[in-house]
Design a protein around this ligand. Structure first.
Ligand SMILES: Cc1cc2nc3c(=O)[nH]c(=O)nc-3n(C[C@H](O)[C@H](O)[C@H](O)COP(=O)(O)OP(=O)(O)OC[C@H]3O[C@@H](n4cnc5c(N)ncnc54)[C@H](O)[C@@H]3O)c2cc1C
Length: 325
């Protein structure tokens, strides 16, 4: 290592999804210089939205998380602030306590990122120790900080942490995430079916009329999710074939006469939701100044990711207080 650094910060957060941005948002008021790195082209993580032009109209599909609930009092307060800011709204079709981002699911993450220094399109490839500092290699660019927080899905955290924080890496490696194939379909005519469909046993675990969510455009757009077993069975098939198969599953499951879509696409989430949580154990190693956050450390939901990020921020802040007192 040559000690070269392109960007320096007090805290580097790897992963700008809900967990990483929750941690960065909670730590920012204390004045630390925080840089968040995310490999995505834009905000969302697994709360992603895909924009496409269909019949001359921009349509946005929520192909990852469909809605979220807010049960923790602090998260409720945050969601109330998002509602005030116009980036979240209730969606009763999914349940009386269901919320969605507006105008797309990624709006809450975009809103959080707006107040932070987030570098999109930056994939952290390697973590290295340089004396008491961390270096994060991202292509040709090197970021340096005293503290690094890793907020990526468990399988990806296991790889990043293997050489530098073996205990955290082992914890991440013990988590398996379920895959999910997501189909995005748009139809010229309304389908005679309710706004949401869910099943624990059918090949299709969830389907929603995306265009019925608050603040959406488009006439009749649908997102269809295959359950974990069906997703695994189709895991290596080409996406166009998967889209056709799952659309047929959807019509069969809902008893709807098949209709021809004017847009059909599919996205494979390899690590959609962790199947078991590994919440036991510290989140922050004060000696090494490295921490972990993510839904896999709390619960496999948006709220779990937010709470995990906030818990990590609290652990970092407590340690900073202890080291200055
Ligand atoms: C298909 C699907 C359906 C879901 N349905 C729901 C639902 O209905 N309700 C609900 O509450 N939750 C749902 N979830 C789960 C919810 O989306 C997640 O729990 C939550 O978004 C996880 O946030 P996170 O920050 O932990 O991870 P992520 O959102 O995955 O964020 C991690 C970020 O890290 C970035 N990253 C990864 N590796 C690197 C690297 N090496 N360098 C830089 N950046 C990196 C990624 O680009 C990503 O932005 C669903 C998820 C999926 C995929």
């Amino acid at each position: 290592m040559d000690g070269h650094s392109d960007f320096q910060a007090d805290i580097l957060v790897i992963g700008g999804g809900m967990a990483g941005l929750s941690a960065a948002t909670a730590l920012a008021p204390a004045g630390a210089h925080i840089i968040v790195l995310d490999k995505g082209r834009g905000p969302g993580g697994r709360m992603a939205a895909r924009r496409v032009e269909i019949a001359g109209q921009q349509v946005s599909f929520d192909h990852g998380a469909q809605y979220f609930t807010a049960r923790d009092p602090a998260f409720r307060e945050t969601v109330a602030a998002w509602e005030q800011a116009g980036v979240a709204a209730r969606w009763p079709a999914a349940g009386e306590d269901a919320w969605v981002g507006t105008p797309g699911m990624n709006a809450c993450v975009r809103h959080m990122a707006a107040g932070l220094d987030v570098r999109w399109n930056v994939r952290a490839e390697r973590l290295l120790r340089d004396g008491r500092l961390w270096q994060v290699e991202a292509g040709e660019t090197v970021f340096t900080a005293g503290t690094v927080l890793v907020a990526v899905p468990a399988e990806q955290a296991a790889v990043l942490l293997a050489d530098v924080a073996p205990d955290f890496a082992a914890r991440a490696a013990s988590v398996a995430s379920a895959p999910c194939w997501a189909v995005m379909a748009d139809f010229p005519e309304l389908l005679p079916v309710a706004d949401t469909y869910r099943s624990d046993t059918a090949p299709v675990s969830w389907a929603a009329r995306n265009s019925a969510k608050p603040g959406r455009s488009g006439t009749e757009s649908w997102v269809i999710h295959a359950g974990p077993a069906r997703s695994r069975a189709l895991i290596d098939l080409p996406k166009d074939e998967v889209a056709r198969l799952l659309l047929a599953d959807f019509f069969a499951a809902t008893g709807t006469a098949p209709a021809a879509p004017q847009h059909l696409d599919a996205h494979r989430w390899l690590y959609a939701q962790p199947e078991a949580r590994k919440g036991v154990g510290p989140l922050f190693d004060a000696g090494l100044r490295i921490g972990i956050a993510g839904d896999w450390l709390h619960s496999p939901r948006v709220e779990g990711a937010w709470l995990s990020g906030r818990a990590l921020a609290e652990a970092v802040a407590q340690e900073r207080l202890a080291s200055t007192s």
